[in-house]
Design a protein. Structure first.
Length: 116
């Protein structure tokens, strides 16, 4: 267990609590990551914690109910991840955005949005 102060978050390393298709998962101010998680993925997940605090705790509800908010939040988080990794995985992240988040966008659209 680690604590983050900016944003305020608890970071837990776990394998079984995270849905199978994810390497990291954020629930409110709690970040769950698999062992060996990169700093880039941690930057992504901590962005979701910032979103949680910024929305007064409504982040999860907004993500669940609105594809528009989900896209906005994920774009911000993937851009934070790209700031750590550099541009190389942009195409991969675009593919993930287009296929894993029920956003009804193509990989090309996701790529354009990530690089805008």
């Amino acid at each position: 267990m680690r604590l983050s102060t900016h944003p305020l978050a608890v970071i837990l390393t776990a394998s079984r609590l995270i849905p199978a298709r994810f390497d990291g998962y954020t629930v409110g101010p709690v970040v769950l990551v698999r062992p060996g998680t990169s700093e880039a993925l941690l930057a992504h997940e901590l962005t979701h914690v910032r979103q949680f605090w910024r929305t007064g705790g409504l982040y999860g509800l907004l993500t669940w109910l609105s594809p528009r908010w989900r896209l906005r939040f994920e774009l911000e988080a993937y851009r934070a991840q790209l700031a750590v990794t550099g541009p190389l995985p942009t195409l991969h992240f675009a593919a993930v955005l287009a296929s894993n988040y029920d956003l009804s966008i193509t990989q090309e659209e996701a790529y354009r949005l990530l690089t805008a």
